[in-house]
Design a protein around this ligand. Sequence first.
Ligand SMILES: [Zn+2]
Length: 857
Amino acid sequence: MDRYRLPCTVVPSRYEIELEPDLERGRFTGRETVDLTVRETVQEIILNAADLEIHAAGIRDKEGREWNATVSLDEANERAHLLFPKPLPPGPWRLAIAFTGILNDKLRGFYRSTFTAADGVKEMLAVTQFEATDARRAFPCWDEPAFKAVFQVTLLVDEGLCALSNSSAASTRPIPERGKVAVRFAPTIPMSTYLLAFVIGRLEATEPAWVDKIPIRVWAVPGKRQLGAFALEAAAFSVRFFQDYYGIPYPGEKLDLIAIPDFAFGAMENLGAITFRETALLVDERAATHTELTRVAHVVIHEIAHMWFGDLVTMAWWNGLWLNEAFATLMEVMAVDAWKPAWGRWDSFGASRAAAFMTDGLRSSRPIEFEVVAPKDAEAMFDVLTYEKGGAVLRMLEQYLGPEVFRDGVRRYLVAHQFANAETTDLWKALGEAAGQPIPAIMDGWIYRQGYPLLTVAQDDAGQGLRFSQRAFRYLEEEVEGDCWQVPITYRVRVDGEIRRGRLLLGGAEERVPLTGRPDWIVVNEGGHGFYRVRYASPLLDRLLRAPSEAMAPIERFNLINDAWATTLAGMAPASEYLELTARFTEETDRHVWMALLASFGYLSRILPPGLRSGFEALVRDRLRVTVRRLGWTPGSGEDDLTRQLRGDILRAMGTLGNDADVQAEARAFCARHDAATSSADPGVLAAAIAILAHAGGEGEYEAFRARFKQARTPQEEQRYLHALAAFRAPELVQRTLISTVSGEVRTQDAPFVVRDLLVGVHSREQAWSFVKEHWDEMERLYPSLSGLARMCEGITALATPDLEADVRQFFALRTVVLGGKILEQYLEQLRIAVAFREREADGLAAYLGGPSTTRP
Ligand SMILES: [Zn+2]
């Protein structure tokens, strides 16, 4: 028998579930009846159960005759076997089970989350997080996405507590003798177990926002609901947007967005009852930075995109998880862009694509889709390749087919499979019908093969045409076997004083395109949607750089810098050449382009050989000076959101990477001026000033920030101060922060990110690494497993010295560490790339940065 897939001989259609959590004791009792169809005669019913005790199970036929089951639990395979005294012939049956279980503290299944109320009393919530396979920890069930069923849930809760689930409460019945209330929810649409949700505790809601007949509310623990207004607006916009885009009404009858104080992931798309970590939902629009606000908008809208794509139509098995997440990522950017066009979110998506390029340029990358045997294998899919690469290749396809054709294909797919399940190939089929061309021919290479091409564009020998060629891009040199990708190339070329646009689908290694004359300049990957890097052969790069700045759109400049940086990291060009390139961007005004530049400076700072820091800091100051002067510390009236955020980013980089004394002094004065919690300081500048002060500050600032962290008014303020604590440089302060990550002072949902910060910090990394080694077992036990430990370990990619690298490798060689899929291998390879780069560039950088003691003018 398959260890991982339940037999299809018995299929559930409707669950009635009654659960009574005991928050204090951390337990719950439950009863369920399941309407099911026996398809082939069986004497045993097998379903999923984990950490549950089953007290009784019986089955009834349609005449009302009953038989009790002998129950045995298979803990290893998380299954319950119900053996009946006689065979059950095909037909409808009703199964009844009584059980008890544990409200755990591991942020999965049915678990407890804690918060401190205004009166200082610690309170608890009972919350669920079921994806991928933890519904079985709350009730015995067919816990696979293809076993869709209707759920009717009743929650027995203490009087005064609030109970939420996927649908609205159909009735509430007081049980005064026990001080309880039974809240019975309306039946759901047919859906998968992983999308079911229960939340119980003291919660408050915003007034509803209405879209047609759908009430949308934001829920939070007491005192925080006023931080829900922004998310509510984003939610209402996106429900309308998606109803229109998908051409299907919202599939639930209400939509609750619920902030949970302890949450392992960012958010979870439970139909009608989406759960979030607080930072991803609650925000004060006036006090938040642009980055903080866009995070909330993106997470909220991403989850709402899933209500159709994911919830209404669901993957048949976990190999389809990538499509679920990639598609929601695509729709998230599309809808946020429609809501706030001025935010330029497709340009911001350049940074997401760049993150995918980084991982997918590793030999330890993986194809987007792969075979999933055990559901556990799918946990490795929650990564940058699923979300960012997946989203990027879907965007490339959408642009190639045309937005209307793509949308029509998506509509066909959703209508054909609503209330049911689908495979990746079903989407290709629907898109292919809409487009009148086969999709797998284009997409298979991007989905089933790891990596992506580096496209080289050169003038042909006669100087009058273009030559495009492709090969796989890798950071560490090696021959890559395999076919070519089908690369949808878009370009813009200026010939004979005229600008022309071109498109071609490059399917082979090389292709020539004739031109009528010598090109003045050419921009390849026009609009920046292609999932490939571009290298301009001489003299095309020089000509492009000499072209007027408006020749390239911001995303094209972003890609130019990002691609140049990647080829530098891969050893195809010296770092000095890249640094010369950055000198051409000192007048740059676009925030996204600056993100590419600042990211590369941050990386360089981590691999800098000893003695070069002052030269490097001088270089950073040189590159930023014009922009710091231009923007100053005070926003002009009517300034757009991106410029305000750019000011924060640039000041922060000047005060930290550039270590600029004037900016540090100004940051100190700024923080002193805006000490009051009610300050009207520009949020972007304030967040920068806090980061700078942490970098330059000492014990006094540290303790002040720590107090601010504990008394924060908003989740964003809390995070700002928390992460600032990880930026102090003095060893005793680094130690204090490290201890807080295992002492309970910092929530386990946040602690791994703080440790990651400390591993990445040039001044704290050695100390942080020693601490991690010493406290590994403790961290492994405390942190939410994959999401936590994997995020923390990302920090090892910054331990970029030969000695640290050797130590890291030895540490992981001596123990079995499970981070999911190839994540650890990928981190180790990234570390190798960084150390190799450092060693290769030591002399070149010393020469370029002017050696240990000199600074560049
Ligand atoms: Zn998602």
